[in-house]
Design a protein around this ligand. Structure first.
Ligand code: ADP
Length: 169
């Protein structure tokens, strides 16, 4: 059974086995939560991302996929990078947002991570409406068989926090 918990705040302050990063496909850093994770986690994370790009992820990480690196100086063992879809009003990309959560949990299981912190993937620069993102995130975690015992959604923004709180109840 996976407990879903909510925290309003900065995910880089959490103490968990793995922190999920809402990365972009380059894996070479960006703004938002990605920038915050690299800033606080230090250069070891980017160095490992560069090694992945030089190896089997030469073209970058596809939307909906996930890959792990060290967590550097963060209070976690791993960062799991996943690439959320940009929200579209003409195309239903919710399957890709669900895939980010499912794949991150699959990678967490491979690592043996039991506690995993997720940001609200795609709700920033990628413009996903918070209510819909919260529905997809929470439904997908509930529907995924995993050995992770706690999924902690760490929401930076009060409005996004409220959207998740309405779903988790
Ligand atoms: P995306 O490109 O997937 O939309 P963003 O990083 O732009 O990614 O935003 C995703 C969510 O992460 C947004 O809700 C944003 O408010 C939030 N966020 C930004 N910084 C942090 C942080 N330090 N901790 C947790 N969440 C954060």
């Amino acid at each position: 059974m996976t407990d879903i918990t909510l925290v309003q705040g900065d995910i880089t302050r959490e103490s968990v086995d793995a922190i999920v990063n809402a990365a972009n496909s380059s894996l070479l850093g960006g703004g938002g939560v990605d920038g915050a994770i690299h800033r606080r986690g230090g250069p070891a994370i980017l160095a490992e991302c560069r090694r992945l790009r030089a190896g089997h992820l030469g073209k970058g990480l596809s939307t909906g996929r996930a890959v792990a690196t060290t967590a550097g100086d963060l209070d976690a063992r791993w960062v799991i990078h996943t690439v959320g879809p940009v929200h579209s009003t003409t195309e239903d990309r919710s399957g890709l947002l669900a895939s980010c959560h499912r794949e991150s949990l699959r990678v967490a299981d491979e690592l043996g991570a039991r506690t995993v912190a997720f940001p609200a993937i795609s709700t920033g620069v990628y413009r996903w409406p918070p209510d819909d993102a919260a529905r997809i995130a929470v439904e997908t975690v509930r529907a995924t068989r995993t050995s992770v015992t706690e999924v902690r959604f760490v929401l930076f923004d009060a409005r996004v926090y409220e959207a998740f709180a309405a779903r988790v109840g």
